[in-house]
Design a protein around this ligand. Structure first.
Ligand SMILES: Cc1ncc(COP(=O)(O)O)c(C=O)c1O
Length: 377
């Protein structure tokens, strides 16, 4: 059975690529390549508004909050509804109440903001807020018409979530003079270990999936290496440059084809849901795909406790569906009940460019079969 989802494997051929980054992707005053998304957020915050309160969305992962904790910046949260949309009235109230120096928002699943969300973000700028836009869920690199990455004073995207690079995050800065110079980028041993460990683990996974297979313990080994690398990042989100070998891997990617394939795969899953009884168990968070958007996953909502049972059973079917995200402890369950509701029900089906539309039929089939076995719904 074909394994679907999980960390991107790395074809060793990409490491030997002599391709160079196209002009639009080269580092310059407006664009930098850092090791991680959280490092890029920390760099943007530290160089724009290193002191004062930041306003963050209540639907986020620990790693988006980590940079502010590390900088010692107080954070407050604005509500995200259970459809992953900003509670605009609450955002406005929080701005008035806390007068934050900066605001971060996330383009969930690479989807564009609605006009009232955009307006509220723009209004925050009028209060002097520096805006960080987190476009980690896809759609920012692959085309000029991408709907994500348009609003922020700084735009961040952690590439390893949707491309086979061992590490690397994009940081685009609208107006370089808006940043001071009080954060420097200096490589260190731990940073290099992160890139190295992930490179080795990705190569091993490639061999396991597409090569000679390797020893039986290979799978456990690369899983351990991925999780060890993650611990390095959780321990420190200091901004370091991306490892030098991520650039040729990125240069070797056909980003236009990747986007086209993700869009095709999204359409295949949306159609599978439309023409089946899958909605009895799971409701897609999005049913249509705006122009230019290319999410890295197809999020569906499944009521507890079926959600967790399903995810576990699907691992046995070699279909890996992450929860994006379990919320940080700092998010109060009562005050942010909608975000909790979303977090308790979401699971994300893989649809990235490693897979074809036929694979998506298979995803829908494995999902339906497993759901039918588990629930008498
Ligand atoms: C939306 C979003 N932004 C930023 C990050 C942090 O990226 P990194 O793990 O590269 O630090 C993550 C990580 O999961 C994320 O989901």
């Amino acid at each position: 059975m074909k394994s679907i989802g999980g960390e991107f494997e790395l074809d060793p051929v990409a490491l030997a690529s002599s391709a160079t980054l196209p002009l639009g992707l080269r580092a310059d005053a407006r664009q930098q390549w850092l090791r991680s998304g959280r490092g890029a957020i920390r760099y943007a915050a530290a160089t724009s508004r290193p002191t004062g309160t930041w306003l963050l969305p209540s639907y986020l992962c620990e790693s988006v909050k980590q940079p502010f904790d590390e900088l010692g910046c107080p954070v407050q949260f604005y509500r995200i509804n259970d459809d992953a949309r900003i509670d605009v009235a609450h955002l406005q109230a929080q701005i008035t109440r806390y007068q934050p120096v900066g605001l971060l928002f996330i383009n969930y699943f690479g989807m564009p903001l609605l006009p009232d969300e955009q307006q509220a973000i723009d209004d925050a700028r009028k209060y002097g807020c520096f805006i960080i836009e987190d476009a980690t869920h896809g759609s920012v690199l692959e085309g000029d018409d991408a709907p994500a990455g348009r609003l922020g004073d700084a735009v961040v995207s952690s590439l390893r979530k949707y491309l086979p690079v061992p590490d690397g995050a994009l940081l685009r800065i609208k107006n370089p003079s808006s940043l001071g110079s009080n954060a420097s980028l200096a490589p260190d041993l731990a940073a290099e270990a992160f890139g190295r460990q992930r490179t080795l683990a990705k190569l091993l996974r490639w061999e396991f999936l597409h090569g000679a297979g390797g020893p039986p313990e290979a799978e456990g080994l690369f899983m351990t290496m991925f999780s060890q690398a993650e611990k390095l990042l959780d321990a420190s989100g200091v901004p370091y440059p991306a490892s030098p070998w991520s650039a040729p891997v990125l240069a070797a990617q056909d980003l236009t084809a990747a986007r086209a394939q993700r869009r095709l795969n999204f359409a295949a899953l949306a159609e599978a849901w439309q023409h089946s009884d899958l909605a009895r168990w799971a409701t897609p968070l999005y049913t249509t795909l705006p122009a230019g958007a290319s999410p890295f996953a197809f999020p569906v909502l499944v009521s507890p406790p079926l959600r967790d049972d399903l995810r576990r059973a699907l691992v046995r079917e070699q279909l890996y569906c992450p929860v994006l995200w379990p919320l940080p402890e700092a998010i109060d369950t009562n005050e942010f009940a909608s975000s909790y509701h979303l977090s308790a029900r979401i699971m994300c089906l893989p649809l990235d460019q490693r897979y074809t539309s036929e694979d998506m039929q298979d995803v829908a089939r494995r999902f339906g079969q497993t759901a039918r076995q588990l629930g008498p719904l």
